[in-house]
Design a protein around this ligand. Structure first.
Ligand code: AGP
Length: 579
């Protein structure tokens, strides 16, 4: 949540910051702001989205600057609570991503010492603390400030008359971009892609002194070296490329995301972790939780290995007895709950593995091994190609445990994903756009697929949707079925087909309209439902993928029909870095 960006070099900072913030907007879009440094600090900040503002007309002078796009935690979204925040005298400016948990106490103490606060944010205490410790050296001031902060932060600070940016991180992401006599800092790599491919990932506890000539990094008072890494994403990957929305582009990139993740394979460390595990616990949130559930169904039935899946946000407060391999599934690698859960598993002596899309992300610094999925940057808030790439990664783990029996299936699955991208779903969209409530049902691995279908639908169309195990509907939700409550049923052939057809008939008897996903040529199913969407008749693993893609498209097209803000749904942010 929240995106921060910094620039120092020979060019004017403002346009670089604004462009960077536009790239980071998916992390939060309540308000935005920038500050540049000269003999004084100039600040511009505003409620609303940078992409819809007149930010292009902002012309703060200076070759040093910091910027922020906000997802509000403390204080409502307005001009005053927008970052950057400044100290009493306007000599220090700060942008921050994270939450300062002890800010109430710090604020009270600072007010007692005579400081004047302007905003309701937790961040403003940082500016005032730096002010107190600033005796001409910004690095020393930040060093003296951070021990007072409890919680999470990635912050950038600048001071008048000081030609540097000081950065610090703890439990929130921060990456530096190394250019030619210029340096960049950002919450993630997307704003850096325009300028450089050389990056340095800061570690928790690091403080960086950034000037145009280079960067010096300190950890617990000692100067340290962090490796310069090369990013393998390109700038085009982070652009819309002619699609109406990032989400649609990312849906269409799924064959490639799946293929590339399979092609990249699994390194020896991860292979050994998987082969030696006698039980597996997965921790995840949201969409990633759904892919973990799919893994459970497939791995337990195909590999006969016990798998438990835990919501990361619950796991921290209820730690079941676990051992073996703990896997964090997280697109961003920055989800606070998932990181906390994984650390908890580590404290229980589990061997740990991260499945993530983001090279160098926080989770990769915590785990014993990393399986990097190859989805490329995912900008739309709704997870799509990262979901498919997670499934590619998780299916590979199953394949390893099963001695490679799915090699053939996995190497061709991307073709089937490509096949369903152009499915005609207009009738289904017409039904869903008029609905107030929609149920999604499936059995076995198609139950988590239905959970994901419902999440996508509510997240971007704002139509209330629930995913259910098909057999559970009659244990309560049947009371809600009416002729205007569509039920989307996933009904591929296999052991659950017969019982799914019975469930569909029961739903039909309650006069709820049914949209069914089944295999091409299934005339029996097509006849009993209202709308039939055919899927290629392939392996079960592939049907998990193709049905998921159709449900993403159903949510997308419904949201378009309802004129929703597809890439930036209300109240959400891409990366949930607060618990
Ligand atoms: C789904 O579309 C969401 N964007 C959300 O549920 C997401 O999957 C969740 O916040 C977890 O994110 P992560 O994979 O980056 O950890």
């Amino acid at each position: 949540m929240c995106g921060i960006v910094g620039y120092i070099g020979r060019r004017e900072a403002t346009p670089i910051l604004i462009q960077g913030l536009k790239r980071l907007e998916y992390r939060g879009y309540d308000s935005f702001g920038i500050a540049t440094v000269g003999s004084s600090i100039e600040v511009f900040k505003k409620q609303g989205r940078i992409s819809e503002s007149e930010a292009g007309a902002v012309s703060l002078a200076g070759c040093i600057g910091i910027g922020h796009t906000r997802w509000a935690t403390h204080g409502e979204p307005n001009d005053i609570n927008a970052h950057p925040h400044i100290d009493c005298r306007g000599g220090v400016a700060v942008v921050h991503n994270g939450v300062i948990e002890n800010f109430t106490e710090l604020k009270r103490q600072l007010i007692e010492r005579g400081h004047t606060f302007r905003s309701d944010t937790d961040t403003e205490v940082i500016a005032h603390l730096i002010e107190e410790h600033h005796h001409g050296d910004l690095l020393e001031a930040v060093r003296a400030t951070v021990p007072h902060l409890r919680g999470s932060y990635a912050l950038l600070a600048v001071a008048a008359h000081d030609r540097r940016i000081v950065a610090a991180r703890d439990c929130s992401p921060l990456v530096l971009g190394i250019g030619d006599s210029e340096l960049f800092a950002a919450s993630d790599m997307t704003p850096l892609l325009d300028h450089t491919e050389r990056v340095v990932f800061l570690e928790d506890g690091d403080i960086a002194d950034i000037s145009a000539d280079g960067v010096e990094i300190y950890h617990q008072g000692e100067k340290v070296q962090r490796p310069v890494e090369l990013i393998d994403w390109c700038v085009e990957d982070a652009r819309k490329g002619g699609f109406a929305h990032y989400m649609l582009k990312e849906i269409f990139e799924q064959p490639q995301a799946f293929y590339e993740t399979i092609r990249a394979g699994v390194d020896e460390t991860v292979r050994n972790l998987v082969l030696s595990a006698d039980e597996v616990t997965l921790v995840a949130c949201g969409t990633s939780y759904h892919t973990a559930l799919i893994f459970k169904y497939l791995a337990e039935s195909l590999c006969r290995i016990p798998v438990r899946v835990e919501l990361a946000s619950e796991f921290k407060y209820y730690t079941p007895p676990i051992s073996g391999l703990a896997v964090a599934v997280t697109q961003s690698g920055e989800t606070a709950d998932t990181i906390a859960a994984l650390k908890m598993a580590k404290a229980h002596n589990c061997i740990t593995l991260a499945i993530t899309n983001v090279q160098g992300s926080t989770i990769t610094r915590v785990t014993d091994g990393t399986l990097l999925m190859r989805a490329g940057p995912e900008i739309g808030v709704a997870a799509t190609k990262s979901y498919i790439a997670q499934l590619a990664a998780l299916m590979q783990l199953i394949n390893i445990r099963c001695g490679g029996v799915f090699d053939e299936v996995l190497s061709h699955a991307h073709l089937a994903i490509g096949e369903v991208l152009m499915r005609d779903i207009q009738d289904a969209v017409a039904l869903c756009r008029g609905a107030e409530h929609i149920f999604f049902v499936g059995r076995g691995p198609f139950y988590p697929v239905s959970l994901e279908g419902a999440l996508k639908m509510k997240e971007i169309s704002y139509v209330h949707a629930e995913g259910y195990a098909a057999g559970e509907l009659k244990h309560g939700p049947f009371a809600l079925l009416t002729p205007v409550t569509p039920v989307v049923a996933i009904c591929p052939p296999g052991s659950t087909y017969g019982v799914m057809v019975s469930n569909i008939k029961e739903i039909k008897a309650r006069r709820a309209p049914i949209i069914a996903l089944g295999v091409d040529g299934d005339s029996e199913l097509a006849e009993i439902v209202d709308i039939f969407i055919p899927l290629p008749d392939t392996h079960l693993l592939v049907q998990v993928l193709t049905s998921s893609v159709v449900l993403q498209l159903l949510a997308y097209r419904t949201a378009c029909a309802l004129q929703r803000d597809i890439d930036r749904p209300r109240n959400l942010a891409k990366s949930v870095t607060v618990e």
